[in-house]
Design a protein around this ligand. Sequence first.
Ligand SMILES: [Zn+2]
Ligand SMILES: [Zn+2]
Length: 308
Amino acid sequence: MPYAPIQAISRAKLTEMAEARWQTVAAARPDLAPALDLQRQLLGRVADAAAALDAGRLPRLSLPPKYLAAKLRRGVPALAGEPIPVPMTLLGPVAVQLADALAHGGAGDTASHIRDALQNGSIEAASLLTASLHRDQTALRTGAAHRGLSPDLLWLVAELAVSPFAHALQRSLFVHAAGPELQHALGTWNHGYCAACGSWPAVAEVVAGHRTLRCSFCSAGWELTTYACIYCGESGEKFVTAAPNEERKDRRLEVCSTCGGYLKTVDLPELSPFPLLSISDIETTDLDVAAMEHGYGRPALKEFAKRG
Ligand SMILES: [Zn+2]
Ligand SMILES: [Zn+2]
């Protein structure tokens, strides 16, 4: 099935799974210990927010399955251009906590300036999280530049804070998707970007031979019907899959010399539940380094028309 539902699991089980994976990563890569400690802090807050969202009610969206199916058939992600109110009572404080955790976890003043700007209102948190939900990097960068804040770190804070909501929306629209038309449109989605939010995957998780792309923002999982570059569709000699580390054939890079893009793929016993995908991402940072050393990169986010 091209569209893979990601299991929802309890908060306690999630902690257990995350700890087991962090310990494995730390044993193999002691140098990552500080990064893993920070990730523990950040993901703990994200997971708490996700649990709180699960326990509450999502805003009612007027996105009928037929309308979404038509949108997907045009290659436009479901959430693109839709006015969706972000639950700020819950997620506003999460953004502040995340910036604070980053400030104490190595990002220092760059992060504490963002925390302070959120707290004193010089950055309006609702606009920030809405821009992130809409994957509007331009708006966010402009806002950061006007206030002398780091655009990359501001993007990270906003993305982490709103990701539980993006994940919940994606699940409510797709996993519980009503109607054969939407199911069919999802089943035949053959783009490298996410059908829910339009982001590129963080990694591909390969479980039992199935190469599942995992959205870097909402964690959606989907398989393509073709084995090709996820960015440009190249499937010939210019598209190569290789394991940079001979001893770790379970972690590979797909590189494409047509568009210069790369994708990390990692073999796993099961797909990572939200928000543990970032663990697959952090444990493969050596692959990012290897790809970038050879001149490969990841393309910018795709832009979609403001209105579906
Ligand atoms: Zn997504
Ligand atoms: Zn390509």
